[in-house]
Design a protein around this ligand. Structure first.
Ligand code: ATP
Ligand code: MG
Length: 804
């Protein structure tokens, strides 16, 4: 008492305030976009610290990205001061890595374990598939890795997977899963899904460990709860416990916030069940609804509501704003994706010129990463400052992964995937055959690949020819020499430089004429910079965490993490986790530096935009087959997820929203004419100011640009009822600026279609083959064109249809 907590509560509405002040039983805050969920979560943490005497070390807050975590931490620090630094604010993955490194011994892991990303997992799975002699066509590494990932998200282990396997694929996948886990263990590595699953295991198998952390973390807060999967949900349950702790403390306080309409990670196993059944999972839970939106204008909210309300089976929400109607949404139909990008760039330029926005106020969204390239090209040409979030996939570039693989091998000698990745990179005369001989030896002797290499050096692998043996010896010496640097405590950046020099990696790129190699060199320089910044960052942190005010509890809470700050392991851990969620090369999880005070335009996928807000938002590529994604057409569940994604996109906008589409877009190396996104149709017409419609002749005069209806040679007109997805080949040949398109694709009439194939029909639009009958010229296919109906077609002659 005695302290005024007014400032922490004053600028909240009553429901928000209730959520901040709530004590005791589990709390669920459900609310639509922009209603202050994240703000409440942040404020609640500040309130716990300032008004309820909670120690920062007792707080565990979980966010969806590293960037969100950094922002939350900064905001709490702003509110209550630097001592808040001892909180754990992180993503699920970061939190698990931290726990697993501390408890590595309990799980018989060594604390220098490698973290495998999706690409590493696939590589490992490819090795497994090869050794199990699985047909790569039926059992691709990608399919197996996805399947195993799904199993892990459901906390199904290899035994359970084998028991539950219902068909051939699942049986073989279960075998692959078991072998894959063996290999991971051998390599002293965990994949991303394991980070969660092993932490759950840690709590379930070791009650004293669970008890320890339950006593420690008295408050668990989770943002974006709608995107948790089963494993994450279980982890939360384990963390808060269901009853009093052994020492008699009540279960930890749990506060989760979410919005079922923004669940967009079903493909990673996220389930809105977690939010919908929160009250069943935690029977004494309290639910608080927030209804006022503080982010957007009424126009933007109305558009968002109109789109999301088409989803079946959702709980209707009343979301309102007092921000006023605001500007109308601006719509634009471009001829091509290049034309669309030019429109966006010019519009941004004009807004900035008129002083209506700064670059940093603007975000450009697209559905998939590859769509960023066209924007980047034109932004560079026009000199607009920009950055790509999540799209650069800096850490997924080959040269960056190669360099990191060296570092990982130095940190974790048993890391087989990394070791095999760099064995002959750059080429040093260790061919595939030699690698296979070593791998077979490892298998037979039941030793790791790394140990097998040492056997090769010692001449214990007779099948190896002398030249390979020599090359392997040189390689092992090279690695040993580099590892000495690490052991001596050399800065990560200097180790990295040594790697690039001593391996000849840099020299090889420098000697190349390929312009791509120049950009590879730049990326490697960037990585060195990241490493330098990391070391400096670690030093600066080391300096400020010398003292702690709350000495009584602090000793227990101070983090004696195993990865020593500034160490190679700490660097690799940071990089793995940043690469996971944000893909921004920065040592502290924050965004890239802003160019100047006007900042830069942000380009990103809608998925990465979750939780963020921008005064000006461009939603691009709103075409059926792009957004909604092709995969979702005709799949009600996936379509519902795409619609939630559209809702997320629209609700990021504060003041101005643009929606655009291109009549023609290159996909799979071919110009595709895409019909308007159905989501465009769902936005009430009066909210949109169409700056440009499709060229006359292909476009109805009024309404949304859904009405592109020419087919064949541009002679058809008229059918525009909602849901009939048609395409305009007339526009196709005229529209694409780079003039590749033509009618030649029509010769590629699919004479062979199989059930499940996707097609694009001139008149009916996109469809899925549901049945085929007959042979030769009599073959017919029954195709489901979604709301345009199911049609049976002869596959002869000039069917105006392409197989996708
Ligand atoms: P999303 O669902 O997109 O994650 P959210 O519910 O988490 O949204 P916030 O990001 O917390 O919403 O808040 C949206 C915006 O509204 C922020 O700029 C926030 O500062 C502001 N805001 C929230 N509550 C209030 C309030 N009571 N008074 C003024 N501004 C508020
Ligand atoms: Mg939020």
């Amino acid at each position: 008492g005695g302290v005024s907590h007014g400032p922490l509560l004053d600028d909240l509405n009553p429901a928000q305030r209730a959520a901040v002040e709530h004590q005791g039983r589990p709390l669920l805050i459900v609310a639509g976009a922009g209603s202050g969920k994240t703000r409440v979560l942040t404020r609640r943490i500040a309130y716990l610290l300032a008004a309820r005497g909670v120690h920062p070390g007792q707080i565990m807050a979980i966010t969806f990205t590293n960037k969100a975590a950094a922002e939350m931490r900064d905001r709490v620090v702003d509110l209550v001061g630097g001592r808040a630094g001892a909180m754990w604010v992180s993503t699920f993955h970061s939190m698990c890595v931290r726990l697993l490194r501390r408890e590595a011994k309990t799980l018989e892991l060594t604390s220098n374990f490698s973290i495998y990303d999706a690409d590493d997992s696939r590589r490992l799975m490819a090795l497994v598939g090869r050794d199990l002699e699985l047909d790569p066509k039926r059992y691709s590494a990608r399919a197996l890795a996805n399947h195993v990932s799904n199993l892990k998200n459901e906390l199904i282990d290899p035994d359970a997977a084998a028991d539950a396997a219902a068909n051939d694929f699942e049986r073989r996948a279960a075998e692959a899963y078991r072998e894959y886990q063996n290999r991971l263990a051998q390599a002293n590595a965990l994949d991303f899904d394991d980070l969660i699953a092993r932490t759950v295991e840690l709590f379930q198998a070791f009650p004293d460990v669970a008890e320890h952390y339950r006593r420690r973390f008295r408050h668990v807060l989770v943002d974006e709860y709608q995107d948790t999967n089963h494993a994450q949900y279980t982890l939360i349950r384990e963390l808060v416990g269901t009853g009093p702790t052994e020492s008699g403390l009540p279960p930890s306080e749990l506060c989760v916030v979410g919005d079922a309409d923004q669940s967009i990670y079903a493909f990673r196993g996220a389930t809105i069940r977690n939010i919908e059944e929160f009250e069943r999972d935690f029977p004494d839970a309290r639910t608080i609804l927030l209804e006022q939106n503080y982010r957007s204008t009424q126009t933007i909210l109305s558009a968002a509501n109109a789109v999301i309300s088409r989803n079946p089976g959702r709980r209707e929400k009343r979301l309102w704003t007092d921000a006023g109607q605001g500007e109308r949404i601006v719509g634009y139909v471009a001829d091509s994706e290049h034309d669309e990008a030019a429109f966006v760039a010019e519009e941004i330029d004009a807004l900035v010129d008129r002083g209506e926005a700064k670059y940093s106020d603007v975000a450009v969204f697209y559905r998939t990463n590859n769509q960023s390239r066209v924007f980047e090209e034109i932004f560079i040409r026009l000199g607009l400052p920009y950055r790509v979030v999540g799209g650069v996939r800096f850490y997924e570039r080959k040269e960056v992964k190669d360099a990191l693989a060296y570092l990982r091998v130095l940190a974790n000698p048993e890391d087989t995937v990394s070791l095999r990745r760099i064995l002959n990179v750059p080429k040093r005369g260790i061919g595939e055959r030699a690698e296979a001989v070593v791998a077979t030896h490892a298998e037979r002797e039941r030793i790791s690949f790394a140990s097998a290499l040492r056997d090769a050096v010692a001449g214990r692998i007779p099948l190896l020819n002398p030249r390979s043996q020599k090359a392997i010896t040189a390689f092992v010496e090279l690695i040993d020499g580099l590892r000495e640097l690490v052991d001596e405590g050399t800065d990560v950046a200097d180790v990295l430089e040594a790697v690039l020099d001593r391996t000849g990696y840099r020299a090889e790129l420098e000697g190349s004429d390929d312009p791509q190699d120049a950009s590879r060199l730049e990326n490697l320089d960037e990585l060195v910079t990241v490493a330098r910044e990391f070391t400096e960052f670690a030093r600066s942190v080391g300096e400020d965490t010398g003292t702690s005010e709350d000495t009584d509890v602090a000793t227990d809470f101070e983090d004696a993490d195993v990865a020593e700050p500034g160490s190679l392991s700490a660097f690799l851990e940071r990089v793995s986790l940043v690469a996971d969620a944000d893909s921004v090369p920065s040592p502290d999880g924050e965004g890239a530096d802003e160019a100047d005070e006007d900042g830069v335009v942000t380009l990103m996928t809608v998925h990465t935009a979750k939780g963020l807000e921008y005064p000006v938002v461009f939603c691009t590529g709103w075409e059926d087959g792009v957004f909604p994604h092709l995969r979702a057409l005709g799949e009600p569940k996936e379509l519902a997820e795409e619609r939630r994604l559209a809702y997320v996109a629209i609700t990021r906008a504060q003041r101005r929203l643009y929606v655009s589409r291109a009549l023609v877009r290159n996909a799979w190396g071919q110009p595709m004419s895409n019909p308007a996104s159905r989501f465009l149709d769902e936005i009430p017409a009066e909210l949109v100011d169409w700056r440009r419609l499709a060229p006359s002749g292909t476009q109805r005069e009024t309404g949304t640009p859904r009405a592109v209806t020419t087919w064949g040679r541009g002679v058809g007109t008229g059918v525009t009822s909602s849901g009939v997805r048609t395409t305009s080949f007339q526009a196709a040949s005229r529209g694409a600026r780079s003039s590749r398109p033509n009618e030649s694709w029509k010769n590629k009439v699919p004479l062979k279609l199989d059930v499940g194939d996707r097609v694009n029909h001139d008149k009916y639009g996109l469809g899925t083959v549901v049945a085929t009958e007959g042979v030769g010229p009599r073959t017919t296919a029954t195709i489901d064109f979604g709301s345009a109906g199911t049609v049976r077609l002869m596959l002869i002659g000039n069917v105006p249809m392409v197989k996708l």
